[in-house]
Design a protein around this ligand. Sequence first.
Ligand SMILES: C[S@@+](CC[C@H](N)C(=O)[O-])C[C@H]1O[C@@H](n2cnc3c(N)ncnc32)[C@H](O)[C@@H]1O
Ligand SMILES: Nc1nc2[nH]cc(C(=O)O)c2c(=O)[nH]1
Ligand code: SF4
Ligand SMILES: [Mg+2]
Length: 217
Amino acid sequence: MYTIKELFPTLQGEGAHAGRAAVFCRFAGCNLWSGREEDRASAVCQFCDTDFVGTDGTGGGKFETAAQLADTIEEAWRSTTAGPQQRYVVFTGGEPLLQLDAVLIDALHAKGFLVAIETNGTLKVPKGVDWVCVSPKAGSELIVLQADEIKLVVPQAGHQSLESLLARFEGMDYRNRFLQAMDGPLLKENLALAVKLCQKRPLWRLSLQIHKMIGIR
Ligand SMILES: C[S@@+](CC[C@H](N)C(=O)[O-])C[C@H]1O[C@@H](n2cnc3c(N)ncnc32)[C@H](O)[C@@H]1O
Ligand SMILES: Nc1nc2[nH]cc(C(=O)O)c2c(=O)[nH]1
Ligand code: SF4
Ligand SMILES: [Mg+2]
């Protein structure tokens, strides 16, 4: 059984694959926040920009089997794209690694999809995921120490020295490194910080949340 908040075709808005056609499948639930506003201030992750509670979003629901969910993802892909090429699904959440498993990954591979995830990096990544984007959260234990992409949201309360943290991540096995400004009331200031850090430390590139800029999901 998979519990899905929402499922829709769009463009990846962030990171190395920004601008790429993708089906987004958002799992309900996260291990770093309940998703309830009254728990935000006491959560490990306090800046989340996403509603991942329940199954009431577009395309959301409970899916009994991997085959049913994979069929639905394929339908979403077919609803907007002309052919079978470049099939791409991004599992996010909430935290996708609470639910994503080998059976679902295999079912998508059998349909020709590349499987990407957006993860907070605190849970083990199953074999077969084609693109791992890890976004570490201050105050959580990072166990995904190797990935295709690291996308650090800045600044985060609880980071002692941001530059020494960046230096540490620079020495680790992440093939692409991005800084993403924390959205919220201080977005403008946070963007200025991210720009300054990318200039100072050129191993990092700026990730803009382009879906928010252009008004798509
Ligand atoms: C909603 S999370 C879901 C996936 C996973 N739980 C994680 O944290 O990576 C998707 C992406 O949005 C980022 N994000 C969440 N809240 C944000 C905010 N307020 N501003 C910028 N990025 C944010 C996360 O860091 C992550 O890269
Ligand atoms: N278009 C679009 N791109 C995204 N990249 C990461 C997202 C996420 O919430 O995980 C996201 C999202 O919610 N929408
Ligand atoms: S870990 Fe990801 S989904 Fe969970 S609260 Fe933080 S940003 Fe949101
Ligand atoms: Mg998002």
